[in-house]
Design a protein around this ligand. Structure first.
Ligand code: SF4
Ligand code: FES
Length: 268
């Protein structure tokens, strides 16, 4: 089946205006938007610019607007979206630098604000070669939120991000909750401070668009609500601050493992 593909073009060195280039593409069952773009670049127009790496929904670099909705291009089959016209544009709410490519510096700067790593006072005393204990329930409480691949789709879908460029955004806020909830972390207060000030967590209107669009099922809207609850409980003194999980005793290997001897060969 042949379809029309409209690709948004932008080259700030040549013109400040964006425009569309149109191509014809032969689409087959299972062909992804990224497959189609790669075919067009190799066979129709080598100047189309877009980002990709893993081709399997892991690196998060191929996110773009596909028929006006943010998706991963490698994770979206063309025939599931359209049988006539495919319109490809750069992600909304991110600065467009070339064709389908966006500048993610502001996105990662916001991510850094919430300190996306384990924080604890005793870090220097810890034996970093050892393990820190964590129960399956403790892991479960943040695991879903750790699946974020930093694709920026939630930010593209968020109506608050569309109107407030300073807003921390669903990705950073969900990660603030993810690390605060981790039993190995003791930086909850610092992260609450970072998430609450300025254009932070209280600017979320709970539209839920981030969770609907997220390709990894992270559910940032849910994380934001849980984080808000945690902030309120802490401010009322109702949330006990727990000490961060301690180190496990070093594992010792049995010097003489009890491995049964193999049977004698029948033919010597
Ligand atoms: S929360 Fe989901 S949509 Fe947002 S950056 Fe992470 S993986 Fe992408
Ligand atoms: S190319 Fe890595 S997520 Fe699409």
């Amino acid at each position: 089946m042949k379809i029309k593909v409209k690709v948004s073009r932008f080259d700030p060195d040549k013109s400040p205006e964006r425009y569309f280039s149109e191509y014809e593409l032969e689409v087959s069952e299972g062909m992804t938007v990224l497959d189609g773009l790669i075919w067009l670049k190799e066979n129709a127009d080598p100047t189309i610019s877009f980002r990709y790496s893993c081709r399997m929904g892991v690196c998060g670099s191929c996110a773009m607007m596909i028929n006006s909705y943010p998706h991963l291009a490698c994770h979206t089959q063309i025939l599931e979206i359209t049988k006539s016209v495919l319109v490809l544009e750069p992600l909304c709410n991110h600065a467009n630098v070339r064709d389908l490519i966006c500048d993610f510096s502001a996105f990662f700067e916001k991510h850094r604000t919430i300190k996306p790593h384990l924080l604890r006072e005793d870090a220097e005393k810890l034996d970093l070669t050892g393990e820190i204990s964590q129960t399956p329930q403790e892991l479960e409480s943040y695991l879903q939120f750790s699946y974020c691949i930093k694709c920026g789709i939630c930010v593209a879908a968020c109506p608050t991000c569309a109107t407030d460029k300073e807003y921390l955004g669903p990705q950073a806020l969900a990660q603030a909750y993810r690390y605060t909830q981790d039993s190995r972390d003791a930086g909850g207060d610092k992260r609450i401070e970072a998430a609450a000030e300025g254009h932070g967590i209280h600017h979320c209107h709970y539209a839920g668009a981030c969770s609907e669009a997220c390709p990894k099922g992270v559910d940032p809207a849910f994380a934001i609500q849980l984080f808000r609850k945690q902030m309120v409980l802490r401010s009322l003194g109702l949330k006990e601050t727990r000490p961060p999980a301690g180190e496990m005793p070093p594992m010792t290997l049995n010097p003489k493992p009890n491995i049964p001897k193999p049977p004698e060969p029948t033919i010597k």
